[in-house]
Design a protein around this ligand. Structure first.
Ligand code: UDP
Length: 538
């Protein structure tokens, strides 16, 4: 099918003349390829060579100008997954004069965001690697507005969740294959290449076993704003609170099944005195699922990508993640990490099947569904006897696949017990004020006074004023931390104080220089910055 680009009319001759004269212009952010996003004018793409082209002219700009380091290993990551060697972006270079001998360029008038989706078949990857990063990359650059167009260069077809990608802008996203129908040489008038990684919280285990990213930079606030945007675009209205509280069991129907799901639903309904409903990706639309999850008090599900939809839960709700036999919940925490992001305000509970008689394994299935028939007999025996999958790298570890694709008969009593340990009363949604997580500013006007009492005794009085922002805040508890360090020493003595002044006499020596560091602490754990150090001489 032929793709329509835009109603926007451009003067073709003028555009061609500009390209010949000005060539390509590129200015990027980021010091290294893993945190780089580039903005281009007149970046071109040959659909025959499947290469991007940078045209040099007297007016072209290439910043950073890396020379051969552009290939070590690449200019940038085209997906949000860090430094994955199948996801690199680069371009080939040509003089603008070469255009005379090339196919006539087709100009793309829309502002383009050019990227790779990482794994559009898997809902966790869709949200974590694509939708959130696209949403926040668009927030970073004002001309990536609702009129921008997304270009997916990874080469996959639309995939099962394409409707979600379509919500991000008003224009139909285009796939690499579809570019061929537009022309042999495409030139993007204005484009951004690459994705922000600032919202990602999980690494999938390509270089070290999977786990939370080392330096998570996103909070529940940003996740929830994304969820709100998606909810609105899905036309789900969330007016008012629902008539009654309820539990959602998000079930899988193809594999990793809960074998006694009906019994589980009855038990949950009885234990928590709430209606309990099931949803699945197979039987419900995204609008339905989002509507149901957005008002749920508890979400119960097997480990799996469907749990990424926890991001639509209301604050205060509980997530119960079930793990098959021999799968250690601590080793697979994409959803735990999501639920426990600061400000996500979800309660998280993991339950693991520890009873071998309650698991049903499928050793004879194909390897990618957890079959182990392709392994030698000794290895098969070892796997069958093992009671825990050792930590491993992504993505084809046969023992991991074997165990993660087991079905489970859930031991209801043990499940209810672990949920009860976390959820003492009702699991219902409660609204928590975000103002309770604001940090103090620096203390102000810090001063010291000293006096010498004798040959070995001295006093050091320190006073200060409250942080400037405190007068506008309601804070449950305000404390101050004062560190006293003798100048030239590596150690210091910390004090926690409730008032804005204090006289120190223990361990204070006459005729000595002290450095005094002061900071404010709200509610025990919100540590503010230190004020400029005070130099106090006794
Ligand atoms: N999936 C599903 N029902 C099933 C099995 C899988 O909806 O019974 C979905 C799942 O949510 C994910 C995709 O199919 O989006 C791929 O599932 P897979 O088991 O490969 O990945 P995982 O869920 O373990 O991340």
């Amino acid at each position: 099918q032929t793709q329509e680009l835009s109603q926007v009319r451009i003067d073709y001759q003028a555009a061609l003349q500009d390209l010949l004269q000005d060539g390509t212009r590129m200015v990027c952010t980021g010091k290294i390829h893993t945190d780089r996003i580039c903005r281009f004018e007149s970046l071109c793409y040959s659909t025959e060579a499947e290469e991007f082209i940078f045209f040099h002219s007297n007016s072209s700009i290439m910043l950073p100008n890396l020379g051969p380091r552009r290939f070590q290993p690449a200019l940038l990551d085209l997906s949000s997954v860090e430094d994955h060697n199948t996801q690199y972006f680069n371009f080939v270079e040509l003089p603008a004069a070469a255009l005379k001998f090339m196919p006539k360029p087709v100009f793309v008038p829309d502002v383009a965001l050019i990227l790779n989706r990482f794994n559009p078949d898997n809902l966790m990857h869709v949200f974590h690697d694509d939708l959130l990063p696209i949403f926040y990359t668009m927030q970073q650059f004002p001309d990536l507005d609702q009129e921008a167009r997304l270009f997916f260069m990874e080469g996959f077809s639309e995939g099962p969740h394409f409707e979600l990608y379509k919500l991000l802008s008003s224009k139909q996203p285009l796939l690499r294959e579809q570019l061929k129908t537009l022309g042999r040489l495409l030139c993007f008038t204005k484009s951004y290449v690459g994705l922000s990684k600032i919202t990602t919280w999980y690494q999938y285990g390509f270089v070290q076993p999977q786990g939370p990213k080392a330096n998570i930079l996103v909070s529940g606030n940003e996740i929830r704003q994304f969820a709100k945007f998606m909810t609105e675009k899905l036309n789900v209205s969330l007016e008012g609170t629902p008539a009654e509280e309820y539990i959602v069991v998000f079930s899988r129907t193809i594999n990793r099944i809960i074998l006694n799901e009906a019994e589980l639903i009855l038990a949950l309904a009885q234990e928590f005195q709430m209606k309990t409903i099931t949803v699945s990706i197979e039987d419900h639309t995204f609008s339905d699922i989002v509507r149901l999850i957005s008002n749920a008090s508890m979400l119960v599900s097997m480990h799996g990508a469907q749990l990424s939809m926890s991001l639509f839960l209301p604050r205060g709700a509980t997530v119960v993640e079930l793990f098959p036999y021999a799968i250690n919940p601590e080793h697979y925490t994409p959803y735990k990490t999501l639920c426990t992001l600061p400000g996500m305000d979800l309660q998280y509970v993991a339950w693991q099947n520890t009873e071998k008689e309650n698991t049903v394994a499928y050793p004879d299935r194909p390897w990618d569904q957890g079959g182990i028939g392709h392994l030698d007999k000794a290895e098969q025996d070892r796997i069958l006897k093992s009671s825990e999958v050792p930590r491993h790298l992504c993505c084809r570890n046969p023992e991991w696949l074997f165990r993660i694709y087991q079905d489970t008969e859930v031991n209801i009593a043990s499940l209810i017990q672990v949920v009860r340990q976390t959820v003492k009363t009702k699991p219902g949604p409660k609204r928590q004020a975000w103002t309770s997580s604001l940090y103090p500013g620096k203390v102000r006007g810090a001063k010291c006074q000293t006096s010498v009492q004798g040959a070995s005794e001295a006093k050091l009085s320190v006073s200060w004023q409250i942080p400037w922002n405190l007068k506008y805040l309601k804070v449950r508890e305000v404390k101050y931390e004062v560190w006293i360090q003798e100048q030239g020493e590596n150690t210091y003595v910390p004090y926690t104080l409730s008032h804005q002044n204090h006289t120190f006499s223990d361990n204070i020596k006459p005729f000595t220089n002290y450095l005094v560091w002061i900071r404010c602490i709200f509610n025990k754990n919100l540590l503010g910055p230190f004020a400029d150090v005070l130099l106090c001489s006794t």
